[in-house]
Design a protein around this ligand. Structure first.
Ligand code: ZN
Length: 451
């Protein structure tokens, strides 16, 4: 489909049909990204006041919390007021879903179940207004890299094996809006060869997917000595899980274009995205981002802690000081690109990607990943840490794993984890992705020690 028709006719029609003001929001965000930080803070304060007032009037869970603090939303004069409010956890959503909703939200509520990559499903609801903002933020960041609204894009994403009627409709809609979906659930060698063929035929402007899936595809492509012929491709967007440097390098090498990292979640929204200068910009118009320490107190820029978000445009089920479970830090200064949007320096790793060493130290999984990466015969792997802290290492290898390789892995992991940690290596043909389609290098079931 002609991209201009998609941009000016089909997509706007589609968004209007489903009741989302996405294009109005997008035009708004195109303007506000150039505002100064002070002006953006004023916007945040205005939106926060409205949100708290709404939560007070319509959402029992939040009204209770505000009442306990004796906080009158009309009298909010500073963003610092957030610091007085308690944090909102995934457990709160599980326990109080009904009293967190505003059933009267225009357009109604959509129910969403974030899949089982953590083993424990989380059901929450969102509204069209918030969806429009998140979608608009996505459109804006795509344009930062020359991928305009309506341009062809290939998604390597979780998708069901069996296509239901609804999925066929979605496929038809995707075709009309210049999107091609490939399943990140099935990534066998043969399937990946087929994917590259299809991507070449489709000739997209951008690719989009999980870093792990795209890195896997890149590695496979390069091992075949293949260089995809993609004349229009300008960027690869990754999101959904932590992006490791080695993944970025591999993807950039295989596709010959820059990788742009996005950070967000279904519950938290479109939180931040990298710009062409390499800074991670917060979607400051829609999200107030705080970094907190173990005690829940906000920490200054530069210090690492848990990422906590308040989504300013979510009225159906307001997320106020929501604990994402991810770690990161805010950065000082402004970006050379000229956008006033706040900066977050690095996302240091999901809490699910941390392991517990013999002496109780919590370690970033990257240290274990390096051990496996150094062994050439290892094609794919997954480390599962049990409750008693032992490690099960599932390895897909090129040929049989030699005893030398095995002892290298065992020794390397023991050195990093400390004495007494049992390491079991298991050769396998295939490693399952989680139900959500995300692939995780390291999964830990060990209890994190109290800070
Ligand atoms: Zn920038």
């Amino acid at each position: 489909m002609n991209p201009s028709i998609v941009k000016h006719i089909l997509l706007p029609l589609h968004e209007r049909f489903v009741g989302r003001a996405t294009f109005d929001r997008w035009r708004e965000l195109e303007r506000t990204q150039w505002w100064s930080r002070e002006r953006l803070r004023e916007l945040q304060l205005r939106k926060l006041r409205l949100l708290l007032h709404h939560a007070w009037a319509h959402v029992p869970f939040h009204r209770r919390r505000l009442a306990e603090l004796g906080l009158n939303p009309r009298c909010v004069t500073s963003l610092d007021v957030l610091r007085d409010l308690p944090l909102m956890t995934k457990q709160d959503i599980r326990a109080h879903r009904r009293s967190l909703r505003w059933p009267g939200v225009p357009g109604g509520l959509c129910r969403y179940n974030t899949g089982g990559s953590t083993g424990e499903p989380l059901i929450f609801e969102y509204d069209l207004g918030r969806q429009a903002y998140d979608q608009a933020a996505r459109m804006r960041t795509h344009r930062w890299f020359g991928a305009d609204v309506g341009d062809k894009e290939v998604y390597l994403w979780g998708s069901p094996v069996e296509l239901s009627r609804q999925d066929r409709l979605k496929t038809f809609r995707d075709r009309l809006t210049n999107q091609l979906l490939l399943s990140a659930f099935e990534m066998s060698g043969q399937r990946m060869d087929d994917y590259i063929d299809r991507i070449e035929r489709y000739d997209p402007v951008s690719l989009f997917g999980y870093p792990s899936s795209l890195a896997l595809l890149s590695r496979h492509t390069m091992s075949r000595g293949r260089r995809p012929r993609l004349g229009r491709l300008g960027v690869v967007f990754v999101t959904g899980e932590l992006l490791y440097d080695h993944q970025r390098e591999r993807i950039e090498e295989a596709f010959g274009v820059p990788v742009a990292n996005g950070y967000g979640s279904r519950e938290g929204g479109f939180i931040a995205h990298e710009c062409p200068r390499g800074s991670m910009h917060v979607t400051s118009e829609n999200v107030i981002l705080e970094i907190v320490d173990e005690a829940g107190a906000a920490v200054p820029a530069g210090r690492t802690g848990q990422i906590v978000v308040t989504h300013l445009d979510t009225y159906g089920m307001p997320f106020i000081r929501y604990c994402t479970g991810d770690a990161g830090r805010l950065a000082d200064g402004v970006c050379e690109c000229g956008r006033g949007l706040e900066l977050m320096d690095v996302i240091e790793g999901r809490q699910t990607d941390l392991v517990v060493a013999a002496d109780g130290t919590v370690k970033h999984a990257l240290s274990l990943i390096y051990v496996l990466r150094e062994v050439e015969a290892v094609r794919q792997f997954q480390i599962v840490q049990g409750l008693d802290r032992h490690l099960d290492v599932h390895v897909v290898s090129t040929g049989e794993l030699s005893s030398e390789d095995r002892s290298r892995i065992e020794q390397g992991l023991r050195t990093r984890m400390g004495p007494g940690i049992d390491v079991r290596i298991r050769s396998t043909e295939h490693i399952e992705t989680a139900a959500s389609g995300k692939y995780r290098y390291v999964i830990s079931h060990a209890r994190m020690p109290e800070a």
